[in-house]
Design a protein. Sequence first.
Length: 265
Amino acid sequence: MTTVEDLCHWLEERFPARLAEDWDNVGLLLGDRAEEVTRVMTCLTLTDESCAEAIRERVELVVSHHPLPFRLVKSLTSDSVTGRLIWKLARAGVSVYSPHTAFDSAAGGINQQLAARMGLSAIVPLLPAGTAGDPDVGAGRWGSLSAPASDHAFGQLLNSQFPGALIRRGPATGRVSHRVAIACGSGGSLLGDAARCGCDTLVTGEATFHTCLESAARRINLYLVGHYQSERIALEWLAETIAADFASCKVWASRDECDPFSAVI
């Protein structure tokens, strides 16, 4: 029998909570560790749609990248979006685990996967976690392309790795892309770290207006692939990996969640 605790232990081994940012809320956030698990769903975010899917499909555990709850909750009622979702999940007996920034920063985590997909070599963390004996953990990643790429060529590479993404780029810098930094999600805050590592390009999910202006001042190419697109692929990988290690469980990535942004035509 597989329990919630078995899966929590599996997730903690791969994405240790010590790697999470201080402001984050990771680990088992809802549920009973002793409960049996036969159906697991991964998702990027618990929304009305993904929550309804979990309940409809009789899931016992959801592994949601973004925490629910994320911030301190003083009451649990249906008066708020967070309260309503937690109340529904609890009534249906659905446990929730979030690895969030621990998953981002782990040795085999989201940023490492993205850097490998981009074909970078000599990949190392942008901001090492300083964990003794493990230089492969930390925020973001950076490495080198096999050859410098023009704006057009690098754009084609991004389109091939993030099909369907609404990719945007910051101000033109006149520099080719060779030493590339990767930061999933809202990774604009790592622009300074990318500069410190000598990177000419930063690829992230989303960034603020002022970060875009700063990228121009620092002459660092900035590409935004979308928050959802930069992280969802890792949740699909996670579902496949859990399924491979827990043969008694049916595991899938949410089929109902989608990128909340779309193009206006």
